[in-house]
Design a protein around this ligand. Structure first.
Ligand code: NDP
Length: 448
């Protein structure tokens, strides 16, 4: 069987074994499409069935989450945790609370996480979890009762040396606090490394909140530098207005860029004078409000319903930081037509396969998610280290390690892209560099 036939057969098996899981299929396809040159060069990966093992999670837990709302009615949600691969270290990956969560979403995220974590060079395996619970519009009491119920089942599957969840969409500091508090009540003691993204006052790491957004900017900055370019005076569009978006905007502005638009799931704000970030933080971090409120105090800005049309705004650098598949082929073509120079994927899988093709064919610098947004999980791993050592590093120390890690991920990706015949294609580079670390660790441990 040729390498091409072999890779197709692995993909076929994935689609047959996991029917109706479009997002998972997409993540696997994007990955497998990069691997032919590796399997051509190193046939032993095929002979040892490493890929067949990689695409099958070690474990997927699905569970009932019953809780009582403020009106006294019983509610039932579904919880998930996928423990995808532990070759390199304890499973590590966030929890997502969003109505769209299902097994496909959790598996695509967990699969990506394996290679992202491997790229950080830190000892963490790949996992992901979440629930179809929607925190939006819920009271603090409802969110707390949901989190307590969720962890009352999940606690038996996690631990600081086995599986360490963190935040993702809909899971921020408030939710991590509730989850951690209940975990401690059940387990006793203070196993602080069991969750990351904790508050600074109880074991959290400085710079964790900023890490994914800052890390994405550090990565894009490396891509720009290689072309003799920079963030200075660049016009930037950022989708979303959550954790990743806010800190991507903050660092981009610090490096001299002007961010002119951001969004939420309702629509987007365009402020040609530059987005007022303090107001966005006030609206989204403090107030849990809608981005449409922005124009009430900034009447010169415009609000447009429908978040995907944000890509119609001309920009030099586009940072999709909201959710999966938010840039399709048409949006990518429009960005290219309007002169975009670089894309940094802050979100997971925000560009469709067709959109990625458009960017690569038009020589747009493209920072794929598993490389560009690895800063969050990297600092989560640093939080675990600080918890184990029972000490806290300064913001500057963590930020400086984050910068080194992002530069290293960039360099690994560039090197792999060159070695395997696709120079400058960081999708191929990140997939291959991530794969090699995990595959070698798996092979060293036998048939596991
Ligand atoms: P948040 O919940 O803090 O923010 C998510 C933002 O995206 C919100 O503005 C939200 O709008 C918007 N959004 C969510 N769903 C949609 C949708 N279907 N259409 C349009 N906008 C949407 O999440 P994060 O910032 O933590 O995560 C954002 C992305 O980054 C995700 O893809 C996540 O997997 C990825 N990521 C996060 C990491 C982290 O450390 N947090 C690490 C690595 C990747 P609204 O408020 O209306 O829901």
């Amino acid at each position: 069987m040729s390498v091409e036939q072999y890779l197709n057969s692995v993909y076929e098996t994935v689609t047959q074994r996991n029917p109706h899981e479009a997002e998972f299929h997409q993540a696997v396809k994007e990955f497998l499409d990069s691997l032919a040159p590796v399997f051509d060069k190193y046939p032993h990966y095929q002979e040892t069935g490493v890929l067949e093992r990689l695409v099958e999670p070690e474990r997927l837990v699905s569970f009932r989450v019953p809780w009582v709302n403020d009106a006294g009615q019983v509610q039932v949600n579904r919880g998930f945790r996928v423990q995808f691969n532990s070759a390199i270290g304890p499973y590590k990956g966030g929890l997502r609370f969003h109505p769209s969560v299902n097994a496909s979403i959790i598996k695509f995220l967990g699969f990506e996480q394996i290679f992202k974590n491997s790229l950080t060079g830190l000892p963490i395996g790949g996992g992901k979890g979440g629930s179809d619970f929607d925190p939006k519009g819920k009271s603090d009491g409802e969110v707390m009762r949901f989190c307590q119920s969720f962890i009352t089942e999940l606690y038996r599957h996690i631990g600081q040396d086995t599986d360490v969840p963190a935040g993702d969409i809909g899971v921020g500091g408030r939710e991590i606090g509730f989850l951690f508090g209940q975990y401690k009540r059940i387990r006793g003691g203070n196993e602080s490394g069991v969750l990351t993204g904790k508050g600074i006052g109880y074991g959290g790491s400085l710079a964790r909140k900023e890490a994914t957004g800052y890390g994405c900017i550090y990565f894009v900055n490396e891509m720009l530098k290689a072309r003799g370019d920079s963030f200075g005076d660049a016009t930037v569009v950022v989708s979303g207005s959550g954790n990743v978006s806010i800190y991507a905007m903050e660092k981009a502005v610090e490096l001299g860029a002007k961010v002119v638009a951001c969004s939420d799931s309702g629509g987007y704000v365009h402020d040609p004078n530059g987005i007022d970030l303090e107001l966005v933080k006030q609206l989204k971090e403090v107030g849990r409000s809608r981005i449409s409120e922005y124009v009430k105090t900034h009447p010169h800005a415009t609000y447009t319903e429908g978040s995907t049309r944000i890509w119609e705004i001309p920009c030099d650098i586009a940072l999709p930081c909201a959710t999966q598949n938010e840039i399709d082929e048409a949006s990518a073509a429009l960005l290219v037509k309007n002169g975009v120079k670089a894309i940094g994927e802050g979100a997971n899988m925000p560009s469709t396969l067709e959109a990625i093709d458009v960017f690569l064919k038009n020589d747009v610098l493209f920072g794929p998610a598993k490389a560009a947004n690895a800063g969050g999980v990297a600092v989560s791993a640093l939080e675990m280290s600080q918890n184990s050592m029972r000490l806290s590093w300064t913001f500057e120390e963590v930020d400086s390690r984050l910068q080194d890690i992002m530069k290293n991920i960039y360099q690994q990706s560039v090197k792999a892209s060159e070695e395997f015949g696709a120079p400058g294609n960081l999708v191929v580079g990140a997939n291959i560099a991530g794969f090699l670390n995990v595959a070698d660790a798996m092979l060293a441990q036998g048939v596991v």
